[in-house]
Write a protein that binds this ligand. Structure first.
Ligand code: AMP
Length: 395
């Protein structure tokens, strides 16, 4: 893959796929601008070289046509502040207006295209649509790691029109480098912490990790399917009844591979799915009827934290409980704090997108971990050993 540092953008119009799928409140104010800031180094490099920037992104899930609430025009002002330069806007990603504005764009100028997903052709990976986009620029830059696992027109297909001039942006490059470091160069002990709601979403990565890690800590809703599979009673905790056998297989595989697979010994249990529920502590295998496990318990969080603190490489994906409710966020907080402590002691820590990234941010540990991935799904697929279409298209 050609890196962005190897390319001189002087006099070029760079067609840059970014992931500006940011959350907006009801007044269209951006509530979290992480994704905008993440792409800034790439955009600054192009401008500093003397190039012009044409930004393209998706926002939200429009139903196949224009919808004002998903318009990228809501971002124009914020982007102008970010780059210290006015940002022009094309009201359609393709067509005459976009073509004309792109043609007139001068070095140092920035044009933002309207939401790509106003055209269903985007997600279909339509070649004609990709060619229309390709007409706008001289060089293609992909810095949208969060959508690199999708073969969409703007994330992969468009690259075919730029056989000599397609590069990965700084964000995409660093995401790949950080994932590689964990997959192929992990210092030991290497501990992965998996949480969240479902095993089914994470089977492939768990299987992949069993070949790499020393410790695999499993928390969150998926731990109860394991507890049930081992013959425990789990009350009304989250259960994937069709994954019981799989859970046993994973336990067996871990044994065979010498991986220390750690399930929570206890849980915080609640008598309803609510923050104001009555709360108690129970052994994970003995949760009474009418109660559900909503967080790892006091013994489990101490054990998880101890293993994490002794680790040299840490990968975390998924919360340990229903961390959105304050009474069930302690397990997740313990894990985040232990990761920060280990990192301060020289460990390398990678936080895999989505809810774990949100938790680390929310709890104030964001600058105390090594790297927070911006791409939940994309990172998981990369770690599963799959080639990401958006990355492959740059080769
Ligand atoms: P995921 O997207 O699979 O990483 O799952 C994240 C979600 O799992 C969060 O919204 C958590 O609230 C939820 N979750 C974590 N632990 C539990 C649990 N014990 N019971 C129900 N939901 C949980």
């Amino acid at each position: 893959m050609q890196t962005i540092d190897q390319y001189n953008f002087a006099g070029k119009k760079a067609l840059v796929r970014v992931d500006f799928n940011v959350p907006l409140d009801k007044d269209f104010r951006i509530t979290d601008d992480t994704r905008i800031r993440a792409a800034t180094p790439t955009i600054r490099k192009i401008l500093a070289d003397g190039g012009a920037v044409i930004l393209m992104s998706h926002l939200g899930r429009p139903k196949g046509g224009p919808e004002d609430k998903y318009s990228l025009r809501h971002l124009v002002e914020r982007l102008g502040q970010e780059y210290g330069a006015p940002v022009k806007f094309a009201t359609d990603a393709v067509g005459d207006d976009a073509v004309q504005q792109a043609q007139q764009l001068q070095p140092g100028e920035i044009l933002l295209l309207e939401n790509l997903r106003f055209h269903p052709e985007e997600e279909k990976g339509d070649a004609g649509f990709a060619q229309q986009l390709a007409r706008l620029g001289d060089v293609y830059v992909n810095d949208a790691f969060g959508t690199a696992h999708r073969r969409h027109a703007s994330t992969a297909v468009v690259a075919e029109s730029f056989p000599q001039a397609r590069v990965g942006g700084y964000l995409l490059q660093s995401e790949v480098d950080n994932a590689e470091r964990v997959l192929n160069n992990a210092a030991r002990p290497f501990t992965a912490i998996m949480g969240g709601a479902k095993i089914s979403d994470k089977i492939l990565i768990i299987e992949q990790l069993l070949d790499k890690v020393d410790n695999l800590l499993i928390g969150g809703g998926m731990a109860y399917t394991f507890a049930k599979a081992q013959g425990g009673s789990i009350g009304s905790s989250l259960l994937e009844a069709d994954k019981l056998e799989l859970a046993l297989e994973l336990i067996e595989k871990a044994k065979a591979k010498g991986v220390n697979l750690v399930l929570p010994v206890d849980s915080l249990i609640a008598d309803k799915f609510a923050n104001d529920a009555n709360v108690d502590v129970a052994a994970n295998q003995h949760i009474p009827e009418g109660w559900m496990g909503l967080d790892i318990g006091p013994e489990a969080r101490e054990e998880f934290a101890r293993i994490i603190r002794e680790s040299k490489t840490i990968l975390w994906n998924g919360p340990m409980g229903v961390f959105e409710m304050s009474n069930f966020s302690l397990g997740t907080e313990y894990v985040a704090r232990a990761i920060a402590e280990a990192t301060a002691n020289g460990a390398y820590s990678l936080i895999g997108g989505g809810d774990s990234a949100a938790a680390v941010n929310q709890l104030g540990f964001a600058d105390q971990v090594s790297y927070i991935s911006t791409g939940g799904g994309a990172l998981l697929e990369y770690m599963e050993g799959k080639e990401l279409p958006g990355v492959a298209a740059l080769r």
